[in-house]
Design a protein around this ligand. Structure first.
Ligand code: DAH
Length: 345
């Protein structure tokens, strides 16, 4: 009797422990309290283990039933623990966990490359003086790149431009001057344009890159003189380099202009006194220009008796290097974001 009373008490104790253990596990609010509950019931010195040991005191006949009950209790609490642990882990997984109070992640904003910023700045200076902006193809025919610009075939003047040919009479344009002809061909005078774009030559050193950027300017109208050219370029230099900028024109040669000139700007670094940047001359060469050679007009059906004009070609890379004091043109094209980031727009 005593035995059977204690046997049924033991079964009742198993049942009570089962409920208590399941409640404790389910009440756990986080992984730490869940682990505490596991140690209390399923740990090596836990209550479930104690029940197993307690079976020794039972009547041998009652042990199988009690053993089954304890095993079931262990299996059930084990399963409950495993399921709850899994759900806590899922919550801790950052992919599943969303904390709406955290500050958002900014996507970094890009900005225009310094070359494009400089090109846009130069174009807008001329746009405010009344020039329109136009473009042309980068793969050009020999005709537009050379012939119509008065570079005769086999003439030494072609050697000024180390060309990259992609076909017999097809090349990567060596300058934007081709767009002078393309525009005049389809537009009657007056023409006032600037032409930004990429240009290509077989050159590669600290100040030359095989791909570089130019802005061509062309003004053809009635009674245009060299004074207009000088006035426009002086104003441009002031706007781009600052009010005090000074320019000078030196005689030069280009087949498509007559007369032709190189334009120098007083050194932006020393103001004209002479320094390393201007090689002690006080001046920096910035662009080529001249009065449109009337030989061009016959290709585009303009009447040289009625029109006259000026043209200029600006190296954008050179302008950016002078303005921002850079000494290696290659940096523009290496795709290094640390360089680009120093010149936010
Ligand atoms: N096309 C010349 C070059 O790339 C630059 C140039 C010089 C353009 C004089 C012009 C000009 O329009 O008048 O070297």
């Amino acid at each position: 009797m005593t035995n059977s009373a204690s046997d049924s008490e033991f079964l009742a104790k198993i049942e009570a422990t089962r409920r208590e253990a399941l409640d404790a596990l389910r009440d756990a609010r986080d992984a730490v309290s869940l682990e505490k509950a596991r140690v209390k019931y399923l740990g090596s010195k836990g209550l479930v283990g104690e029940l197993s040991k307690g079976m020794k005191a039972l009547d041998p006949a009652a042990r199988p039933e009690a053993g089954r009950a304890v095993n079931q209790l262990r299996a059930e609490t084990d399963a409950a623990f495993a399921a709850l642990q899994k759900s806590f882990q899922a919550q801790e997984d950052p992919r599943e966990f969303l904390d709406v109070t955290l500050p958002g992640r900014r996507s970094p904003l890009g900005h225009a490359h310094l070359i494009n910023q400089t090109s846009a700045e130069i174009c807008s200076i001329f746009a405010l003086m009344g020039f329109s902006i136009t473009e042309g193809p980068e793969i050009e025919t020999d005709y537009y790149n050379f012939e119509a610009l008065n570079f005769p075939a086999d003439h030494p003047s072609r050697d000024m431009q180390q060309s990259l040919f992609v076909g017999e009479k097809l090349l990567l344009r060596t300058h934007t001057s081709c767009v002078q002809i393309r525009t005049m061909e389809k537009t009657p005078p007056p023409v006032w344009i600037v032409v930004p774009g990429k240009t290509y030559r077989r050159d590669d050193d600290l100040t030359h890159s095989p791909m570089f950027n130019q802005i061509e300017g062309l003004a053809v109208d009635s009674k245009i003189t060299m004074a207009d050219l000088k006035g426009v370029l002086t104003e441009f230099a002031r706007q781009f380099f600052g009010e005090g900028a000074k320019i000078r024109l030196r005689p030069s040669f280009f087949p498509f202009t007559e007369p032709s000139a190189e334009v120098d700007v007083a050194c932006v670094s020393c103001g004209g006194r002479g320094c390393r940047i201007c090689k002690d001359s006080g001046w920096l060469e910035v662009l080529g220009c001249g009065m449109v050679n009337p030989a061009l007009y016959k290709h585009v059906n303009y009447d040289p008796q009625k029109v006259s004009g000026f043209a200029f070609g600006i190296g954008v890379d050179r302008m950016a290097m002078l303005k921002y004091r850079l000494d290696n043109i290659g940096r523009f094209y290496q795709g290094d974001a640390r360089h680009a980031r120093q010149f936010p727009s």
